[in-house]
Write a protein that binds this ligand. Structure first.
Ligand SMILES: [Zn+2]
Length: 56
C-alpha cells in the first residue's frame, strides 16, 4: 500500500549529456552577477544545464 515513489530530480547538461542528481556535488555551482547561482557541467564546463528535471 505504502508505495511512495520518490522521484529523484535530476539535472542534465544539454551540451554533452552529462547527468547527475539535482544539487549533487558533482555539479559546479557558480555565482553570476544579476543571474545568481548557475549550475555548470563538470564534464564540459557548459552552463547549458537543465535543472530539476524529474525523470521517472
Ligand atoms: Zn556537459
Amino acid at each position: 500500500m505504502a508505495s511512495k515513489s520518490t522521484t529523484r530530480k535530476r539535472s542534465r547538461c544539454l551540451n554533452c549529456g552529462f547527468e547527475a542528481p539535482d544539487g549533487d556535488e558533482e555539479w559546479i555551482q557558480i555565482e553570476v552577477p544579476k543571474l545568481g547561482r548557475m549550475t555548470q557541467c563538470p564534464n564540459c564546463d557548459s552552463t547549458n544545464v537543465i535543472t530539476g528535471q524529474s525523470i521517472a
